[in-house]
Ligand binder design. Structure first.
Ligand code: LLP
Length: 420
């Protein structure tokens, strides 16, 4: 593996010209001036390329976007143009998918605690509903849900942060094999669902899951005379957010190996070939996004610690605090200057843990500089909060030399409007 330059973490169309970062031909400084900061910049070409990579690697599969990574109507419309549907896990996400024109035939509805309204709306949309509890068999049937899968755990401990690991027995998601069998007996679902975790940097756990799933499917045939017509393997492929960390396999390699495993495991048990569903979220939007922040205070508090404070932080990207995620950055307006030292990037929130980046080499930053943090398209704005009364940032989609707002910036007035 060669050296990973920070530029490799930026979207496909990112380039530095005369020291200025541009995405899809639009200078970051222009975006920041016109739309303010913090600003999430998403590259349309990168989103499309990554969606196509899934479609090309698995042409017969249904690929549904894991909406939770960044619920956004414009992004979902664009993905629908590329032939993707959506995986939604709440009524809100379902509404986003519907607003994007995504029909029930390519909608998968999840949730470990679906309420009656969610089941009723899923039924009305004629979506595929993933049963996640024993009592959902009757509740989904009563709501009029027609097509179902059952989500199960197969005791696979994927290598990722424990907060986003979901395939182990004891998970709050899915059902262990004996209970999944009970659901199959009662509901006669279309097939099986597994999602073992997120930010996976290796396909090994996913392939082991496929082997165990085939064994389980063979057991279903023996005990119930039932085999899955549909197999949904969830999402999970990770993205690199820091040059100091290992990278994931490419979408093409990850999916190719998964398909090969599915083919051989199913053949081993002589099972009828199922229709495949994949649910990628992060690997589609993560590398497509760059967050722009304005540099404010720069403090050299000791010989070894230099703080650079930006105008956002844990309210627009809580991943460092939640999962120990590591990011990198460059100065978008001085991207060709040599590093002058190592800096710690702090957010503006009122706690010491509000550190966006622990260590990054930069030219000496000055007030007003623009800091660009790549690989921030997934689970950042999606998990943003109003901590400290901070309005949530805007998002723009850039393509072919122009930018369009796809999520408006919140205002303090909007926050106040909800106060009584
Ligand atoms: N399908 C199901 C059933 C899921 O639960 C998830 C993610 C996905 C698909 C999409 O997974 P992806 O391809 O994005 O890994 N907030 C966390 C990630 C939570 C993932 C939840 N489920 C983070 O920032 O790392």
């Amino acid at each position: 593996m060669g050296t990973i330059l920070p530029m490799d973490l930026f979207p496909d169309t990112a380039a530095v010209e005369h020291g200025h970062l541009a995405v899809a031909g639009v200078p970051a400084s222009t975006l920041a001036e016109e739309h303010g900061t913090p600003l999430l910049v998403l590259c349309e070409a990168t989103i499309r390329a990554r969606a196509r990579a899934y479609r090309e690697a698995a042409p017969d599969a249904l690929v549904v976007y894991g909406t939770k990574a960044f619920p956004n109507v414009s992004v979902m419309r664009l993905l629908a143009e590329e032939g993707l549907g959506a995986d939604v896990s709440t009524l809100g996400e379902l509404r986003f998918a519907q607003r994007a024109g995504i029909g029930g035939d390519v909608l998968v509805v999840h949730g470990n605690n679906k309420d009656d309204a969610e089941l009723a709306e899923a039924a009305a949309a004629d979506a595929l509903v993933v049963l996640d509890a024993l009592d959902e068999v009757e509740r989904a049937a009563a709501a009029g849900v027609g097509r179902t899968l059952v989500r199960m755990t197969l005791g696979v401990e994927a290598e990722t942060h424990e907060a986003i690991r979901t395939g182990q027995h004891g998970s709050k998601f899915g059902l262990p094999p004996e209970q999944a069998l009970e659901v199959i007996e009662r509901a006669r679902p279309l097939g099986l669902h597994v999602h073992i975790g997120s930010q996976l940097l290796d396909g090994g756990a996913a392939r082991l899951t496929v082997d165990r799933l085939a064994e389980f499917a063979a057991q279903c045939r023996e005990r119930l005379g039932w085999t899955p017509e549909v197999v949904d393997l969830g999402g999970g492929l990770g993205v690199r957010t820091s040059p100091d960390e290992p990278g994931p396999p490419s979408i093409a390699d990850f999916v190719r190996e998964l398909l090969a495993q599915l083919g051989s495991a199913w053949a081993l048990h002589d099972l009828p070939r199922p229709r495949l569903i994949l649910e990628p979220g992060r690997s589609i939007v993560g590398p497509s996004g760059v967050t722009l922040y304005r540099v404010g205070v720069v403090k050299h508090v000791s010989e070894s610690v230099a703080w650079v404070a930006v105008d956002g932080g844990m309210s627009d990207n809580p991943r460092p605090q939640l999962y120990g995620a590591r990011y990198t950055a460059l100065l978008a307006n001085r991207a060709d200057e040599a590093a002058a030292g190592t800096y710690r990037i702090a957010g503006k929130h009122c706690e010491s843990g509000d550190v966006l980046i622990d260590r990054v080499e930069l030219p000496e930053p000055c007030r007003g500089d623009l800091l660009a943090v790549p690989a921030t398209g997934a689970y950042t704005l999606a998990m943003a909060s109003n901590y400290n009364g901070v309005p949530r940032p805007a998002a723009v989609l850039v393509g072919n030399g122009s930018a369009r707002v796809i999520r408006q910036r919140e205002s303090v007035d909007e926050l106040l409007a909800r106060e009584t």
